[in-house]
Design a protein around this ligand. Structure first.
Ligand code: IPE
Ligand code: IPE
Ligand code: MG
Length: 238
């Protein structure tokens, strides 16, 4: 597919949904769907790198996903650890910087440790910033930003009158990335499910019925191609 290299999204957010349904449709356990979902992340990261997209943020575990069975949560954490173990060298070679958003301290200790190691190991890379949203929820993130700002006001570091939209953005865990230009949600659901709600104010949204494990490079290209045909007005009249 021919994409306009002058008009590529700088930041793509992906809600990696549909692993369970993918597995069910094949008569497999949900965990097999997650395993395939992780495999697919490898494909999409590679494609983003090839397309020179500087920021990719993937929603991997929400603050609400703790509601799932312990078996499912544990298997997700284990898959995550495996991903970090197996992929780290390759990601580093590809110039990928690993980051996370969400409170990873609440994840199992071994998972948190692997992530921290990966973040440290790749911290100087700049070709592609791959951010894993883990134990992430936009409402929780906005809440912690509010607390940080309130504390600064209390200590006299910021004046109440000085608080503006930039202040909020700067105190969110996403403060190192530009707002997402394009948010992709596969699996046929049409909602954000608490993903980057502040940051997505002017994001282009793209939905697909395909489940995440089957969401290939061709789909990503289609999403970008459609994005390039959108008219982003940001409130302006045309
Ligand atoms: C997305 O797939 C992975 C996570 C939320 C961790 P799901 O597990 O939500 O898959 P469906 O929505 O049940 O198909
Ligand atoms: C959103 O998917 C979270 C992730 C993909 C990590 P969910 O499957 O949790 O979302 P809902 O429950 O369908 O809204
Ligand atoms: Mg789901």
């Amino acid at each position: 597919m021919q994409l306009n290299r002058e008009n590529m999204p700088k930041h793509i957010g992906v809600i990696m949904d549909g692993n369970g349904r993918w597995a069910k449709s094949k008569g497999l356990k949900r965990t097999m769907g997650h395993k395939q979902g992780v495999e697919n992340l490898r494909t999409i990261v590679k494609e983003c790198k090839r397309l020179e997209i500087p920021f990719l943020t993937v929603y991997a575990f929400s603050t609400e996903n703790w509601k799932r069975t312990q078996e499912e949560v544990s298997s997700l954490m284990w898959l995550l650890e495996q991903y970090m173990t197996r992929e780290l060298k390759e990601l580093h070679k590809e110039g990928v910087r690993i980051k996370t958003i969400g409170d990873i301290n609440e994840l199992p200790e071994s998972t948190c440790k692997k992530l921290t190691e990966g973040i440290e190991y790749t911290k100087d890379n700049r070709d592609l910033t791959l951010t894993l949203a883990l134990n992430y929820g936009s409402r929780s993130d906005i809440t912690q930003a509010t607390k940080l700002i309130a504390d600064k006001v209390k200590n006299g570091e910021i004046l109440l009158e000085e608080i503006n939209e930039e202040t909020i953005s700067n105190h969110l865990s996403t403060n190192f990335m530009p707002d997402p230009d394009l948010i992709i949600r596969p699996s046929g659901e049409y909602r954000l499910s608490n993903f980057m709600m502040w940051e997505s104010s002017y994001s282009e949204l793209w939905f697909s019925n395909i489940n995440w494990p089957d969401f290939g490079a061709d789909q990503l290209q289609q999403a970008i191609s459609d994005y390039q045909n959108r008219d982003r007005r940001f409130g302006n009249a045309k």
